[in-house]
Design a protein. Structure first.
Length: 39
């Protein structure tokens, strides 16, 4: 069974700034509160 007590970091690999913004907005609307790193 996975350990759900630790926060999970999200690595978003995207070369299009508009797609990064779209993804971040979608995650925010879904109330995803994980740390998001973008490269």
């Amino acid at each position: 069974m996975p350990d759900t007590s630790r926060p999970i970091n999200i690595l978003l690999v995207e070369d299009n700034a508009d797609d990064v913004e779209l993804t971040r907005r979608a995650l925010d609307r879904a109330k995803v509160r994980n740390q998001i790193w973008t490269v």
